[in-house]
Design a protein around this ligand. Structure first.
Ligand SMILES: Cc1cc2nc3c(=O)[nH]c(=O)nc-3n(C[C@H](O)[C@H](O)[C@H](O)COP(=O)(O)O)c2cc1C
Length: 209
């Protein structure tokens, strides 16, 4: 299975080669993999910033525990969840579904109301956690797609979301930086290349009931 080979090849890259850039054609493939990610109800209540600008990345580095990947990687993906699931966003999704699948809008309105009702049952904390968790599914697809293209990546939570929200003007757009991933090519001097993977043994990870 190619996926398993790719998963063994990839690792959370600590040092990127600053001289190597991901091509536009590969970038487009990665964007498509992220676009195809699953999400709860299919709502995709997030936006993904792809940051190339070196000055912005210099500003983000101190807000990212000074991790060098922020400035050294080819591109920096910032997965931002919307801070609220507004009725307008749900209506927009229902409209898009009707248009895409050539269905009568009236046939889908009940489904839209059902989603709104279910989301209203969540506490603000539950809603925030639910909104953030959607971005991790997109992150997973990005990592797997990178591995297939032999592009290195590092998933990261080691950053200050409030600072990112300010620097990237996310607050004003109703967005929040949830998780990030620099992508590019490993530096041959990355001391973590080839390290044995540390994973739970199968018998602890799985239980057949
Ligand atoms: C949500 C998340 C946050 C992470 N944050 C960081 C981080 O801030 N810096 C870093 O170097 N690695 C980070 N990692 C990488 C993990 O430490 C790494 O994926 C794990 O140890 C497994 O190793 P592997 O990815 O090399 O197989 C993060 C991983 C995940 C999934």
């Amino acid at each position: 299975m190619e996926l398993l080979k790719n998963l063994n090849w990839r690792y959370a890259t600590k040092k990127f080669d600053t001289s190597k850039k991901v091509s536009n054609s590969d970038l487009n493939k990665l964007k498509e993999a992220v676009q195809l990610s699953v999400s709860s109800y299919g709502l995709q209540l997030y936006k993904v910033l792809i940051i190339e600008n070196p000055e912005i990345r210099e500003q983000l580095k101190p807000a990212s525990w000074n991790q060098s990947q922020i400035t050294d990687a080819s591109h920096l993906f910032v997965f931002c969840n919307y801070t609220d699931a507004t009725p307008e966003a749900i209506d927009g999704f229902i409209n898009q579904t009707a248009k895409t699948r050539k269905l009568e809008l009236e046939r889908l309105n009940g489904y839209g109301d059902f989603i709104k009702e279910k989301l209203n049952e969540k506490t603000p904390e539950e809603k925030t956690s639910w909104l953030k968790s959607q971005t991790y599914l997109a992150l997973g697809n990005l990592l797997n797609a990178c591995a297939e293209l032999k592009i290195d990546a590092c998933p990261m939570e080691g950053f200050e979301p409030e600072a990112y929200n300010k620097i990237l003007d996310l607050d004003n757009q109703g967005l929040n930086a949830a998780v990030i991933a620099p992508i590019g090519y490993r530096h041959e001097e990355d001391h973590t290349i080839g390290q044995q993977k540390v994973r739970k043994p199968m018998e602890l990870l799985f239980e057949v009931v």
